[in-house]
Write a protein that binds this ligand. Structure first.
Ligand SMILES: [Zn+2]
Length: 425
């Protein structure tokens, strides 16, 4: 059977190449949006790739300096987005015209050549060669497991530009003889813990936050208009969401899709093969400030992450939520007074951090403990933090591959407002 893994590699890009890549990204987005605009004209939206090719290829070649295969990849990206919008209409859901802004370019083997330590990429002005910034080869990392392995072949990649850095998300696959891909590929598995909440809709154990502000604002406005009560629970969620306008729910589904993509990106970039959530049942008891709207949002978010993660070879797991917000992720001491709103201060060891970040670490740790004592096959597992990995014995391992970093264990989260708001809106 086929096993797929996505491995994120940081690229060593000089300023000339960076300028070329930025122009390539701009023209790729221009091409994809041009095809969407064309497909969207008229009453019937065009979803056929062959038809879109015939109707837009020459125009896009004329308007851009893109390599022929990049033009085709942009068209495929556009066609896929239009197809999924139409599919949602057929299910009675709202979907607006897709528009691409996220700085990415889709590469395949015709417009990129993947070598062991560098890649050759087509740009608006011919090809450039860019080196990978790889961790030491003797360490057990996703790079050594999948990129250096002869069993795994790179099939394509997406170029991403984020926080001033260039990344390549390499898609790899392997033919594996075992019936259980997990056994065939386990060496070391890394888990990303996710905490769901009201002030922050989602927080990962790597320290990325997605604010719940916009969502909460929308829900309150809706409740005021309809005079409905703030209630939690399945029935309230279903009854209320039925009566919310399709356009409004569509907007928020789109937001949740973006958060789901962000969580998966976070997992891929940190070499995680498992994303762990708390079990959603009983969430109303645990989060007294949660309403039917949150219940609805958490269910959608979990569902989106679950189906999107399959493409990346990432598994989704749920853990028992008991005490994840009251337990100290550093020493294990559990007490309700450890937490005061968004601040977590352990009464025993003094560990201080954002309460939701502490909870996200606990979600990851719970998955890890369960799978080392239970039915996980005994494979070593670690929780990915924003600087390094924590194993079940509480031992901290500094990250590999960040050249120029001292590697000191700094695991408090960086609240990057620009980044979290960019993803949440
Ligand atoms: Zn403690």
């Amino acid at each position: 059977m086929e096993v797929r893994r996505t491995v994120s590699v940081k690229l060593d890009v000089d300023s000339n190449d960076a300028a070329l890549l930025r122009e390539t990204v701009d023209e790729f987005l221009l091409a994809a949006n041009y095809v969407v605009d064309h497909a969207w004209q008229g009453e019937y939206k065009t979803t056929s790739k062959a038809q879109l090719h015939a109707e837009t290829y020459d125009d896009v070649r004329e308007q851009t300096r893109l390599h022929a295969n990049l033009v085709q990849n942009a068209r495929n990206k556009a066609a896929d987005a239009v197809q999924s919008a139409v599919a949602r209409w057929k299910q009675g859901e709202y979907a607006g015209k897709p528009h691409f802004t996220s700085p990415t370019v889709v590469y395949d083997k015709r417009c990129a050549t993947f070598h062991d330590e560098y890649v050759s990429l087509a740009t608006v002005e011919g090809r450039i060669e860019v080196e990978y910034l790889l961790p030491a080869a003797d360490r057990d990392t996703p790079h050594s497991r999948y990129l250096d392995s002869d069993d795994y072949q790179v099939t394509g990649a997406e170029l991403h530009h984020r926080d001033g850095q260039w990344f390549l998300h390499l898609r790899t696959n392997a033919e594996v003889e075992s019936d259980t891909p997990k056994q065939a590929t386990t060496g070391h598995r890394t888990v990303l813990g996710v905490d769901l909440g009201v002030n922050q809709l989602a927080v990962t154990s790597t320290g990325t936050f997605w604010s719940g502000h916009e969502f909460d604002h929308w829900r309150r406005e809706y409740e005021e208009r309809r005079g409905s009560l703030q209630q939690c629970g399945m029935r309230a969620a279903h009854e209320n969401i039925q009566s919310v306008g399709g356009k409004e729910t569509g907007r928020f589904k789109l937001m949740l899709h973006r958060i789901a993509n962000g969580i998966i990106e976070e997992a891929a970039e940190n070499g995680c093969t498992i994303i762990a959530f708390e079990e959603l049942s009983g969430i109303c008891d645990r989060l007294p400030e949660a309403s039917w709207g949150h219940k609805w949002a958490f269910e959608r978010l979990y569902e989106y992450v679950k189906y999107k993660s399959e493409l990346h070879g990432i598994d989704v797991a749920v853990v028992d939520p008991e005490n994840t917000s009251r337990r100290c992720s550093h020493c294990g001491f559990t007490h309700p007074d450890n937490r005061d709103s968004e601040a977590f201060v352990c009464l025993k060891c003094g560990y201080e951090n954002h309460a939701d970040y502490n909870a996200a670490k606990n979600v990851g740790l719970r998955y890890l403990r369960r799978n080392q004592t239970g039915d996980g096959g005994g494979a070593p597992v670690g929780v990915r933090l924003n600087r390094g990995t924590l194993n079940a014995n509480g031992e901290y391992e500094t990250p590999a591959g960040d050249s120029g970093q001292s590697g000191s264990p700094r695991e408090s989260p960086t609240l990057n407002e620009a980044r979290s708001s960019d993803r949440a809106k």
